[in-house]
Design a protein around this ligand. Structure first.
Ligand SMILES: [Zn+2]
Length: 531
């Protein structure tokens, strides 16, 4: 019984999927995608019909369902039916037959950039479009231009700009002298000016005690990038930090003593810094690593590993040759990524196989540590930290999901990290992170089933197998006479934020246009430079 109903459902899903086999990229090479009338417009009653639902908390998907969105909220979810009153009363409809609907993604670690390479402006809409196209409906900015980000936050909340919802966590300033009293005064001031939380980087123990005490008094959340310093994850966990970003600090707390740096080590030199960082986890003591993980779990610290931002260190050739660079890489980023002693994260001068091998080993131990942390009850989130190290906005978060799958998580768990865990991290679990009645309508309509292939969430799309013209699992039996094709498909079709649907092929076409325009205006200058 169960088996036959599963077969019936998947047959229905496949029939619907035939129409959506060709994703954003492929369509652009033929005819430019039409922008549907409902793009970027609020409607009174929006219905998403025939959707398979991925709820957000790792329970299995179910459907097909009709979802009613009213005044930006999920008002009703009912079994899909042509006769339902949901459909007849709708003033806008998205047909999700053969598609999956999941909550919008919380990018827990990002930065807004209006310029990367100095002197080459990068329109802020470029980054906004890319994040929405990758399904990011909420962006936690952990360090940026505070006043600008607060303005963009208000504009995003009012829907006067096309952008994800924004949370602003400024870098904690050490003030003029770094005295704890100065730091406390700075925190009180930034709280008054509307900081949603704090980003901590590089602190001594007395400074950290002051920051955490002040943050707790004011009810502010905290995220930290622990550098190599006197404080490690042990100090941060003991003092009650909310989230640890990246990998630093955790590995450092699990060493016998300190990392074995060579005498010529210069921490101000990024080649030294990122090269040696890749040796950290191989030097950890496994028993000590279990212990610090236990402490982080006991203290309810969230781990936001940002696997994708360091990936170039383990595979530079891959990182430099990503297929979406051709049409979507802005010249400001392109220039910034090149080896440079000026630009943060552009440390690839003569990068060696030896360094990559060490980074690959580091990833294996680090990923196992994150998996162990989650198995013991720790909460993992997803962030991309893009705009550095060959990682592009949006594509980075999509890759982060793939790397969390590589770390051993089930795709349902990975999506939970990206949605429900993200909502809990930022304290919005009463309204975000689940496809639930009463929750904010932050929803993604995905071309296909992301549980089969997380790469379907990539704004560029991915390879899809067609069997006799219809998308099919590549494990499907192929008989004589069957017609098998590999086509470009997938992608998110709609990113819905606060009930407003954004058409992803349209967002990506706009990005492509911005890049083409920026390249065209740069070309004469480049030619002159070569003469
Ligand atoms: Zn960052």
């Amino acid at each position: 019984m169960i088996r036959s109903s599963v077969l019936r459902l998947s047959a229905a899903a496949l029939a619907g999927a035939a129409a959506v086999a060709v994703g954003a990229e492929a369509r652009q090479t033929s005819a430019p995608p039409q922008t549907p009338a409902i793009h970027a417009r609020a409607s009174r009653r929006l219905v998403i019909k025939n959707a398979m639902v991925i709820y957000g908390n790792a329970k299995p998907p179910y459907g097909p369902m009709d979802i009613l969105v009213e005044n930006g909220r999920i008002a009703d979810i009912a079994a899909a039916s042509d006769a339902s009153s949901l459909r007849t009363s709708a003033d806008a409809v998205i047909d999700a037959a053969g598609k999956y609907v999941m909550p919008g993604i919380v990018n827990a670690h990002m930065h807004w950039h209006e310029e990367r390479q100095r002197g080459i402006p990068q329109p802020i809409q470029y980054e906004r479009n890319l994040y929405l196209a990758a399904g990011v409906t909420t962006a936690r900015e952990v360090g940026g231009d505070f006043d600008k980000s607060k303005r963009w936050q208000a504009e995003s909340d009012a829907h006067t700009i096309v952008a994800p919802r924004i949370l602003v966590y400024p870098f904690v300033s050490k003030g003029r002298t770094g005295a704890p009293a100065e730091i406390r005064a700075w925190i009180r001031d930034i709280r008054q000016r509307g900081a949603d939380g704090l980003k901590i980087i590089g602190m001594d123990r007395d400074q950290l005690e002051a920051i955490m005490d002040e943050a707790h008094k004011l009810g502010m959340r905290t995220a930290t990038h622990i550098a190599v310093e006197e404080t490690t994850a042990k100090d941060y966990a003991e003092l009650g930090v909310n989230s640890i970003e990246h990998f630093y600090g955790v590995g450092d707390a699990a060493l016998d003593g300190i990392q074995d740096f060579p005498p010529e080590m210069n921490y101000a030199n990024e080649i030294h810094r990122f090269g040696r960082a890749g040796e950290l986890y191989a030097q950890t003591d496994p028993e000590r690593l279990h212990k610090i993980i236990d402490l982080m779990v006991a203290k309810h610290v969230v781990w936001d590993p940002t696997f994708s931002i360091y990936e170039a260190s383990r595979d530079l050739i891959r990182a430099k040759n990503l297929p979406w660079f051709r049409d979507y890489l802005h010249p400001s980023l392109e220039e910034y990524f090149k080896a440079s002693t000026e630009n943060h994260g552009s440390y690839f001068f003569g990068w060696t196989s030896n360094q990559e091998a060490k980074w690959r080993r580091q990833y294996r131990i680090w990923m196992d540590a994150v998996r162990e942390f989650a198995n013991k009850g720790g909460m993992v989130t997803t962030g991309d930290d893009a705009g550095y190290i060959y990682s592009m906005y949006g594509f980075g978060i999509s890759r982060e999901l793939e790397l969390q799958e590589e770390a051993g998580f089930h795709p349902l768990e990975v999506i939970e990290h990206a949605t429900w865990n993200g909502a809990r991290l930022i304290g919005m679990e009463d309204r975000l992170g689940k496809v639930r009645e009463g929750f904010v309508a932050d929803l993604l309509v995905v071309n296909g089933n992301p549980l089969e292939n997380l790469r379907l969430l990539n704004p560029y799309g991915t390879d899809v197998m067609l069997l006799n013209g219809r998308p099919a699992s590549n494990y499907s039996p192929i008989g004589p006479g069957d017609h098998v094709q590999n086509v470009h498909g997938g992608g998110i079709e709609w990113t819905i934020k606060d009930g407003i649907p954004y058409h992803v092929p349209t967002l990506m076409r706009e990005v492509k246009d911005m890049v083409a325009k920026a390249r065209a205006t740069r070309r004469p200058a480049t030619t002159a430079g070569h003469q």
